[in-house]
Design a protein around this ligand. Sequence first.
Ligand code: CTP
Ligand SMILES: C/C(=C\CO)CCC[C@H](C)CCC[C@H](C)CCCC(C)C
Length: 315
Amino acid sequence: MKQLMALYIISYIVPRRKRRCYPTMKTYNICDPSSRTTTVDLTSPREWKQGVQESLSEKPLEGYLQAGSLQHDAGVTFLILLGAYAWVKLFNSLTKHQILGQKLSRKLVHITSGLLFALCWPFFSVSPWARYLAALVPATNGVRLLVYGLGILKDDGLVKSVSREGDPRELLRGPLYYVMVLVLCTVLFWRDSPVSVVSLAMMCAGDGIADIVGRRFGSKKLPYNSEKSWAGSITMFLFGFVVSLGCLWYFSFMGFYPFDLQGVALQLAAVSLAATLVESLPITNRFDDNLTVPLTTVILGLFLFPTRSIAGVLP
Ligand SMILES: Nc1ccn([C@@H]2O[C@H](COP(=O)(O)OP(=O)(O)OP(=O)(O)O)[C@@H](O)[C@H]2O)c(=O)n1
Ligand SMILES: C/C(=C\CO)CCC[C@H](C)CCC[C@H](C)CCCC(C)C
């Protein structure tokens, strides 16, 4: 009985639509609505780009109410909002019971929140409006950070979970920039381009792990920045690369674009290196890493990865 319930819930969440199957091998099939299929041999980045452009040429379903998309997407948005609230509450409790230190709690929230949010994107419908409903999740959290950061309301638990020193005004910098980046990546790139998930992977996983490893093992500082270390930067490069790769594989598995390890490894390594170099620069006092890391990734990613559209509009 429990299995049946689980299957029903999953079948409700994952939108009923023709899934495109991209086996993680050299070629993949594009099954578009007219049931026309195209097989592209992914032997080089050019074929990969061509394959992605074609696979993303599918016209989104006309009309938003078709097949209950609005109800479906609103339900998924609500569930993710609940998840976000519960996730931060969990870390608040871990910090309150001194299971986690405040700095580690903040970094784990930093690493996990944005990634878990992006991993929920496949549960939305193919409607052109789905991205805007999804963006309501970080936007709502942004309003929450503003309200508590400005002191309009008080929530010591939230402040302790996402601030370094427990000052509510800290919510108005790193955390607020973080959710703003989530909103922009969701609305501008969504599932139309690898740029969105790679940018979030570098900001969440890469920048987040650099802090955790750097604080603990970063005795050898960088020659041009005594605040940052080789251990932190090397870990950011490697972890950012691996998590980006994992995100691309996940979105390929969920049917959004093909995954060809040879086709993307070099691009991802270049993006991860660029983001790591920018993060290591002594500019954090003026430009927050939560802005410079994703911005670097987006700019380079737009040149290296195929993008069907920006904000849902064909370029
Ligand atoms: N490449 C890096 C990045 C961070 N660190 C270590 O992690 C600490 C915090 O790093 P930082 O990026 O400045 O994190 P914050 O900006 O404080 O945190 P947030 O991004 O959440 O605002 C640094 O002082 C340093 O000890 C490091 O050694 N090497
Ligand atoms: C501490 C943070 C950044 C500083 O560098 C992260 C702040 C996170 C926000 C308070 C909460 C963001 C929630 C996500 C938008 C949605 C997560 C949903 C998921 C299912 C947990």
